[in-house]
Write a new protein. Structure first.
Ligand code: NAP
Length: 504
């Protein structure tokens, strides 16, 4: 069950939002009465309520907005129980002084906005002993990946005890986001989500439509397989949306989560996630594509040569690393050259073609490797010429300095720098005079889909391929590696375009 939180300043707005949620089939709502600017008027809010309600009056020290005295707050909580709200939230220090009455269920909560205390069991035992809870809610703040997994372990243990009030444990902020979704696997009775995308009422709180329609919270159970992306930062990743919608389309009991993992905590995360989350697959992106290799037990040859891995498959004993970026990029270029997808066994249209790759980072290495492997004559240019030389040596191709790039006449030009990426959409790594009709111009950048470079290339009559094609291709290849299922590129393309238009 998803509990959607409504926190707004006026009664009128609160009632409107509640009604809207009911019309959208939401069954359970938390009213944050501490957000109201005037004294809460229960006679306006509680009769004819459209869904079950959890009434909460959070004080400032627990992250709330209550402006009145503590005495007034306790009086209000008692009135809410007397009015027969379905659930009331009582903090663990006040719950012992407020007796059970009528049918109202008691959610006894503990909040810590500073840290994840060492002894979570002692906090729970104290609540069980003194507070007469129906549900125990523990919301704490992690400082490390270890803190998050300590909470996971606690929630699993707490909910394995039969006949005790169930525990909902939340690790707040992006670091612990996955506990909000996966709690159901470990016995959490419900989760929280927000009414709107923009109004963030708690750190890491997701929008209810994302929780319901993308993570498919209500269908998560013990058997749900876990996948995800490790990155830092994570918030703009399109991968959760793509993979979760693909799981829904294929009707698979799987969920894909965004894991924000700081660079220095990758190794710890992989070890803990493998053991505690029973994770099946990970997409890997900035800043982890190189460091992840140390954790792998088996490497695809492309990972070895490129020195970067963007896909990890766990089979219970081994960690297999792949690079779907390079294959997706090469397939997009081949498709654009011939106007159709390459057929197995046929010679590559890249055989003997000349190509200039701009940028020697992750994407540059992947492209240089892929094009060279398919028989193209590749030159790599980077503003850090020593880096271009290093990549050229690995791959076995040529290199040149950034200034020399304009002197090359090639059939294929690939931008693998971030030049032209949002918000710097008026920049290009190559000026108009150096683009020639008949050239194929590929841009790794996918946000925006049509970069300034691609606009100029079209004007010159070049064939163009956008980074969206590479992104779609790598997601399809990754999904196949993760699950053995094929998803259609047009489905993923549509999802990526929708997600990109939402970003703007
Ligand atoms: P990266 O490892 O950080 O490499 C970026 C490269 O761009 C480096 O060589 C960097 O040079 C160069 N660069 C940055 N700004 C430059 C400038 N103003 N002039 C010249 N060179 C510049 O990043 P990456 O992972 O390769 O990603 C590069 C781009 O490809 C990004 O826009 C990313 O979003 C995109 N990408 C797309 C896909 C896809 O599926 N479509 C997949 C991967 C990446 P220095 O080392 O000198 O800074």
């Amino acid at each position: 069950m998803i509990c959607v939180i409504i926190g707004c300043g006026s009664h009128k707005r609160m009632i409107e939002e509640w009604q809207k949620l009911a019309e959208d089939n939401v069954k359970f709502v938390e009213l944050r009465l501490d957000y109201l600017r005037k004294d809460p008027q229960l006679y306006r809010l509680l009769p004819n309520r459209p869904t079950a309600v959890l009434a909460t009056v959070r004080r400032k020290s627990d992250g709330g907005m209550w402006r009145g005295t503590e005495e007034e707050r306790i009086k209000l909580l008692r009135s809410l129980i007397a009015e027969g709200v379905e659930y009331v939230d009582l903090e663990s220090d006040v719950a012992p002084n407020i007796k059970r009455f009528g049918k109202t269920k008691r959610i006894v909560s503990y909040h810590n906005l500073e840290e994840t205390p060492e002894d979570l069991d002692a906090i729970r035992n104290d609540i069980l002993e003194k507070c007469d809870p129906d549900v125990i809610k523990i919301a704490v703040t992690p400082k490390s990946i270890d803190d998050v997994f300590r909470l996971v372990d606690f929630m699993k243990r707490a909910n394995s005890e039969r006949g005790k009030a169930r525990t909902l444990a939340i690790s707040m902020t992006e670091l612990g986001f996955f506990t909000r979704v996966l709690g159901k696997k470990w016995g959490a009775p419900y989760t929280y989500a927000g009414f709107s995308k923009s109004r963030i009422l708690a750190p890491g709180l997701p929008y209810y439509k994302v929780m319901r329609d993308e993570y498919r919270y209500d269908s998560i159970n013990r058997e749900t397989e876990v996948y995800g992306v490790v990155a830092d930062p994570i918030q703009h990743s399109l991968s959760p949306k793509i993979h979760n919608l693909a799981f829904a389309e294929e009707n698979m009991n799987c969920v894909y989560l965004p894991f924000r993992v700081p660079k220095e905590e990758l190794s710890r995360f992989v070890g803990l996630a493998e053991f505690n989350l029973n994770i099946k697959g990970l997409s890997v992106t900035i800043p982890h594509k190189v460091d992840i290799i140390r954790k792998l037990t088996q490497l695809d040859p492309a990972v070895e040569t490129i020195g970067a891995c963007n896909t990890v498959v766990f089979d219970g004993t081994s960690l297999f690393g792949y690079n779907t970026d390079y294959l997706a990029a090469v397939l997009s270029v081949e498709t654009a050259l011939t106007g159709r997808s390459p057929r197995p066994g046929e010679a590559s249209p890249l055989e003997g073609a000349s190509a200039l790759v701009l940028g020697a980072g992750g994407a540059g290495k992947a492209l240089a490797y892929g094009l060279h492997e398919r028989g193209a004559r590749v030159t790599i240019a980077a503003r850090n010429v020593a880096e271009a030389e290093k990549v050229a040596k690995w791959v076995g191709c040529d290199f040149c300095s950034w200034e020399e790039r304009t002197g090359y006449v090639v059939q294929i030009l690939c931008n693998c720098t971030s030049v032209g990426m949002f918000p710097n959409v008026d920049e290009s790594p190559m000026d108009l005079p150096y683009l020639r009709g008949g050239m194929l111009v590929f841009d790794c950048v996918y946000n925006p889909e049509t970069t300034y470079l691609l606009r100029m290339a079209r004007e010159k009559g070049c064939k163009v391929v956008s980074g969206v094609e590479m992104f779609v291709g790598q997601a399809c290849l990754q999904f196949k590696l993760f699950t053995g299922h094929k998803i259609s590129a047009s489905f993923v393309r549509r999802t990526v375009r929708e997600a990109l238009s939402a970003v703007h």
